[in-house]
Structures are given as structure tokens and as C-alpha cells.
Design a protein. Structure first.
Length: 307
């Protein structure tokens, strides 16, 4: 079990744990502790007996820790998730904390989004297994639930968002290759994901904030379909595309207000549009209508009418 977490130091204080859990332990069915009672029975060979505090530590190590270890092992199969865990767990330690009441347990930040019975959290670089007396030891497996949120880390982009960006990178590259085959030039997507999220209205961040990769990929797919199709239809369209997209970059711009979006150009519907600005092919979006009608917002003829 412990070898799964060789990079971590298992730091438990058995005496404190016993003190915190004794009232709860007394209420649990005997079968929960029958194995421990057998382990702590008198050993005639060496005249030694496991102390109650060590017995409790063993119990914790084979239940809460084994569940967490299994979850972390699965979690780290994704290189990006493993990197996030190592970035968060800077102390390289696992600890255990028992809250005296359920109310205390629920007072921590974001408790409403974390498992009810027990959980893992990162506190000052330490992975802390947390529970409370009222639910000890119930649903121990919950300690490994929602590890993406546990190791989300700080900063504008959550781990779930970074995973989404990484997973959609190949889709975007595939679309750019398709555009290159049609136009003859290799375009590059230049997007500041953190800036894109910051530019979104607050009421859209909750549903789009962790899917920025999918968000960007969907607009790129629609833009490429429109431009590639027109380049293949007519050589003059292809020449216009190559001439005007001089920087060979595709960028995003979410306007602060719908009025600013409408003033910037005299074409495009209320959802968004493509526009060439200084040689950049810019996907301009109305903040009031993000991620809507994505397949219909690009008009090649209007984008390149000045060629």
C-alpha cells in the first residue's frame, strides 16, 4: 500500500488520533475492530502487545490511507494530473484530521462541493485526510472522491480546465492541418486561456470556465470549415485568404459589452463573427451570447471582402 506513495511521508500522531476518535470508536459495531483486537492480542513469542494508539493508526492506514492511495494511483495515470498533484503537495506529507462536529467539518472553504463523510484537502502543501466524529468511519472511500478538485491548485485555470485544454489541443491541430491543406498556409492559434476566462461575464464562467479547451476548439472547427470550404471552391478566395491573413495567426476577442461588439464592425450577427485586424484573423464574440450558434457566425465573403 505505502509503496504507491513513496514520494510522500505518512505523518500521523497516533495519540492525538486516538484521543479524537475514542468517543466515535466506542459507538461502532464490534466487527469493525475485530481484526484489530486480534492483532493487538498478547503475543507469547516476544511478550509484546500493540498499544491502542498504534492499533488505531493501523486501522487508519489500512482504510483511509489505502483508499486515498488507490485514488491517487489512478489519478496520477494522467501525466497532467500527476504534475498538478506534485505541484500542490509540496510538503510531501499526508496527515489526518478529525473535526469534533459535522458543523466544523462543513465550515471549510468549498465544503458544499466536497464529499460529505470524509475527504482529502491540500492545506499548506500537506494532503490532509479529514472526517468528523459523527461519521467516523462511514463511506471511507469518499476520501478519494473528486481529486481533480482537491488538486486543482491556485491560479486562474483549474486542473479540470487545463486537462480540457490539453485534450482538445489535438483537435485544434487537426483542424489547422485541414485549413493548411485547403489554403496553402499554416495558421497558428494564439489564445490566452486565462485572459479569455477573465473576459467572460461572471455568470458564464461557472459553466464555461472548466471547458475553455472545448470552447476554443468549437469556434476553430467552425471557422476552419467555412474558410477551407471557400478556399477549395475558388482560387481567388484562396488568394484573398493568404494575402489578408498576413500574420498567419488566429486570435480571440471577447468584447466587454454587447454595444462595443456592435460598434467594432458593421457586419456579423449578435453571436459573433470573424474579422481580419492587422493581418490577424480574429474571432470576435459578443459577451451576451457566448458559445451560441457557433456553426453559423462566420461569413467568408464579409471577412475578406476587402481583398
Amino acid at each position: 500500500m505505502i509503496d504507491i506513495l513513496t514520494f510522500l511521508i505518512f505523518s500521523l500522531d497516533p495519540v492525538l488520533i486516538l484521543s479524537a476518535l475514542r468517543p466515535a470508536c466506542q459507538k461502532q459495531p464490534l466487527w469493525l475492530f475485530s481484526g484489530l483486537l486480534a492483532c493487538s492480542a498478547h503475543n507469547d513469542a516476544n511478550e509484546r502487545r500493540l498499544t491502542p494508539s498504534l492499533t488505531v493508526a493501523i486501522f487508519l492506514s489500512i482504510t483511509y490511507l489505502s483508499e486515498l492511495a488507490w485514488g491517487i494511483k489512478r489519478f496520477c495515470e494522467d501525466p497532467l494530473q500527476k504534475e498538478a498533484l506534485l505541484d500542490c503537495a509540496t510538503a510531501r506529507k499526508i496527515s489526518f484530521h478529525v473535526f469534533p462536529t459535522k458543523k466544523d467539518y462543513e465550515k471549510v472553504p468549498r465544503a458544499d462541493k466536497l464529499p460529505r463523510y470524509c475527504r482529502a484537502r491540500v492545506v499548506d502543501g500537506v494532503i490532509v485526510m479529514e472526517t468528523h466524529k459523527e461519521d467516523f468511519p462511514v463511506n471511507v472511500g469518499a476520501v478519494r472522491d473528486d481529486l481533480i478538485q482537491v488538486f486543482a491548485g491556485e491560479g486562474p485555470l483549474s486542473l479540470a480546465c487545463r486537462i480540457d485544454i490539453a485534450k482538445t489541443a489535438a483537435e485544434i491541430d487537426e483542424k489547422l492541418t485541414e485549413l493548411e491543406e485547403a489554403s496553402g498556409i499554416k495558421m497558428e492559434v494564439e489564445v490566452d486561456y486565462a485572459g479569455l476566462k477573465a473576459a467572460m461575464p461572471k455568470d458564464r464562467v461557472e459553466d464555461l470556465g472548466e471547458r475553455l479547451g472545448t470552447f476554443v476548439s468549437s469556434y476553430i472547427a467552425s471557422l476552419v470549415w467555412n474558410c477551407a470550404r471557400k478556399c477549395k471552391e475558388d482560387e481567388m478566395n484562396k488568394e484573398a485568404f493568404v494575402e489578408i491573413c498576413s500574420t498567419k495567426k488566429i486570435k480571440f476577442n471577447i468584447f466587454k459589452t454587447a454595444k462595443e461588439y456592435e460598434k467594432a464592425a458593421n457586419y456579423g450577427d449578435s453571436y459573433g463573427r470573424g474579422r481580419v485586424v492587422g493581418g490577424d484573423l480574429v474571432i470576435e464574440l459578443n459577451p451576451d451570447n457566448l458559445w451560441a450558434n457557433v456553426d453559423y457566425i462566420f461569413d467568408f465573403d464579409k471577412m475578406f471582402a476587402g481583398a
